[in-house]
Design a protein. Structure first.
Length: 294
């Protein structure tokens, strides 16, 4: 590819995997020169990018996870070279498990060549597995939440390109994983069992960091969109918690005025949507109706 049309590059200096010791070249994304043209912001806070004449479509998210091509150890760049010492035995022992899990998603992947959407999605899945071994001081739960959400986004991109390959099913599964991890991250933060401070950019995308308020919003959004509907009473209880959490974002007074308007507006819309569904679930709350299943 011509020099001025490259999207990424491989540095001349090799990196070394802290788990298996394998040397590899880490792909880096180039920016500038009209490579990224910002488009719409989705309801779940993803920034879409318009294709450019020169570079075509670009997916910056597929490059943020560092992956060892040999042992499939994966993590965000700020964590990759410094996993907890106690985690190394488990990360090494799980190498075959990671390889088999990745093979169930895709037939063939190559992390030594320029990444495609498939490597991007697989990287986040591998990182979710690896963060199981990290200590609470490194905020693994919120990192797994962001990984699950970004994987869902990339599977949506794959479905758009390959609608017959069932990537929409995988996207839905990763959205549900994101719901679980965001709920866990909020609960652990509130109970003091695990903070989220070790993740410097809570995103969820690369363009803007919506911070803890963004985490609260996404917890509420995913509970509303992807929470279980099998039991009316449980659904109502979960939505009630989500509603209370979302209300904390816009609140009252000066504090809310300093927050991004787009987040405040979406939080208010979500609050209204949850309140409407809770009204419909009223019978399930007071026990007048039997629980329903979808």
């Amino acid at each position: 590819m011509a020099e001025d049309k490259r999207l990424t590059y491989f540095p001349k200096t090799k990196s070394e995997c802290p788990v298996c010791g394998a040397p590899f070249f880490k792909e880096e994304l180039l920016t500038g020169r009209g490579r990224m043209i910002a488009g719409a912001l989705t309801r779940d806070l993803r920034r879409l990018y318009e294709p450019s004449r020169k570079f075509g479509e670009i997916f910056p998210l597929i490059y943020t996870i560092t992956v060892c091509p040999r042992c499939c150890y994966a993590a965000f760049a700020e964590d990759f070279f410094s996993p907890p010492p106690d985690a190394l035995p488990g990360l090494e022992a799980d190498t075959e498990k990671r390889e088999k899990s990745m093979q169930r998603l895709f037939d063939a992947l190559d992390f030594t060549e320029p990444r495609t959407l498939k490597e991007g999605a697989a990287a986040y899945f591998l990182a979710m597995m690896c963060y199981d071994h990290f200590t609470k001081d490194q905020s693994p739960t919120i990192k797994q939440a962001v990984c699950a959400l970004r994987a869902a986004w990339i599977f949506c991109d794959l479905h758009r390109r390959l609608p017959a390959d069932n990537y929409d099913y995988l996207a839905l599964n990763f959205y549900r994983k994101a719901r679980f991890f965001y709920a866990q991250a909020v609960e652990k933060e509130q109970t003091g069992t695990e903070g989220i401070g070790a993740m410097k950019n809570l995103g969820p995308d690369l363009e803007k960091n919506y911070g803890y308020d963004g985490v609260l919003y996404l917890y509420g959004l995913f509970e509303y969109l992807h929470g279980s509907r099998k039991d009316k009473k449980k659904r109502a209880a979960a939505l009630s918690r989500a509603k209370t959490t979302v209300a904390k974002i816009f609140g009252m007074g000066k504090a809310s005025k300093s927050k991004p308007a787009v987040l405040l507006d979406r939080a208010k819309d979500l609050y209204t949507d949850i309140a409407k569904e809770l009204e419909k679930l009223g019978g399930g709350i007071d026990g007048m109706d039997e629980p329903s299943a979808e």
